[in-house]
Design a protein around this ligand. Structure first.
Ligand code: TYM
Length: 336
């Protein structure tokens, strides 16, 4: 990271992740890897976005264990809960409260255009709830409460970020300088990791085909097996090309994990076959994720420490969120 801010003027970073299933390699390369890197140069706030998860029906016991596990993964990745603010969204009531306020400054038409709403409505036709529709407003509240300058996310969240900016600008135009207008921070490699079985789709934890995605907590053998089975394209050359979406995706993954450029990866595997390359990608991913799984399993076994950390995180988050929330309420005309 190139920022040279001092402690007091450090730019603010915020991002969240849903606990609605096992976290994937897509989550890791598109967002979490940046979260870890950014903590060295920015004032970072990271949350488990559990309120977002219930736009799709969740089984209570499973949701609870996913919330714990997601929080534990953040710590296992090396995100320092002392240096940063790490918390669970539902434990800071200002998120839902500000979302209501902001929803009155958001137009029905602009929400209807959200591609994720359209996709999820198709996927769950029997549960097109109002929360699914207004989800981006809650996300805007998450971001605006912490006066965030930068929001590290994968490519699929870009549209939601734009709405958060629009809402902030609209509110500020009416009431003066209340919210910081955020910017998306999208990684160069890894912004859109694709399914290992169908390269036209993004890698997603909600994909029914378990071979299509790698979980951060998958064991080494499973990871390598999934990469060996990954769909590739015709021909045998290992290079990024439009007519080679499968191999291009694997090059992106390998390059995001190793830090090598795509050109370097192409050179490294020049003249070598798909089989050899797929094994190398699987091994590199397995090596990268193994320590995360090990630390996660240790942390999840110590519920007391986990509880102490998420409670402290929520307190720290709320002390910031409350100020922004009350400022916005006051501007609108509420009696405080
Ligand atoms: P979520 O939980 O679906 O995903 C968390 C992060 O992972 C990224 N991501 C990917 N990146 C690259 N390739 C993929 N295949 C891939 N799949 C997921 C996502 O872009 C995201 O950055 N609405 C958000 C959570 C959220 C949030 C926020 C994010 C709630 N409030 C405030 C930022 C700021 C979501 O559903 O992400």
């Amino acid at each position: 990271m190139c920022d040279t801010n001092t402690e007091a003027t450090k730019k603010k970073v915020l991002s969240c992740i849903q606990p609605s299933g096992l976290l994937t390699l897509g989550n890791y390369l598109g967002a979490l890897k940046s979260w870890v890197e950014m903590q060295n140069d920015f004032d970072c706030t990271y949350a488990v976005a559990d309120l977002h998860a219930i736009t799709v029906r969740q089984e209570p016991a499973k949701l609870r264990s996913q919330i714990y596990s997601t929080f534990a993964i953040l710590l296992a990745l090396g995100i320092d809960p002392e240096k940063n603010t790490v918390f669970i969204q539902s434990q800071v009531p200002e998120h839902a409260a500000l979302a209501w306020l902001l929803s009155c400054y958001t137009q029905f038409g602009e929400m209807s255009r959200m591609t994720q709403f359209k996709d999820k409505s198709k996927k769950h036709p029997d549960n097109i709830n109002v929360g699914l529709f207004s989800y981006p407003v809650l996300m805007a509240a998450d971001i605006l409460l912490y006066k965030s300058d930068l929001v590290p996310v994968g490519d699929d969240q870009k549209q939601h970020l734009e709405i958060a900016r629009d809402i902030a600008i609209r509110f500020n135009n009416i009431y003066g300088d209340v919210f910081t207008v955020p910017e998306a921070y999208i990684p160069k490699a890894g912004a859109r990791i694709r399914s290992l079985q169908d390269s036209s789709r993004k890698m997603s934890k909600s994909d029914d085909n378990a071979n299509a995605w790698v979980a951060i907590l998958d064991g080494r053998d499973d990871i390598i097996r999934k990469f060996k089975r990954a769909v590739t394209d015709s021909g045998s050359e290992i290079r990024i090309a439009e007519d080679k979406p499968g191999i291009s995706n694997l090059i992106t993954i390998y390059s995001a994990v190793t830090g090598k450029t795509a050109a370097e990866v192409e050179r490294e595997f020049d003249g070598r076959g798909y089989g050899e390359f797929k094994l190398a990608v699987g091994e590199a991913v397995a090596d990268e994720l193994a320590p995360v799984k090990q630390r996660h399993d240790e942390i999840i076994g110590d519920k007391k420490t986990l509880e102490r950390l998420y409670k402290a995180g929520a307190e720290k988050a709320e002390s910031v969120a409350r100020k922004t929330y009350f400022k916005a309420m006051k501007k609108v005309g509420f009696v405080l």
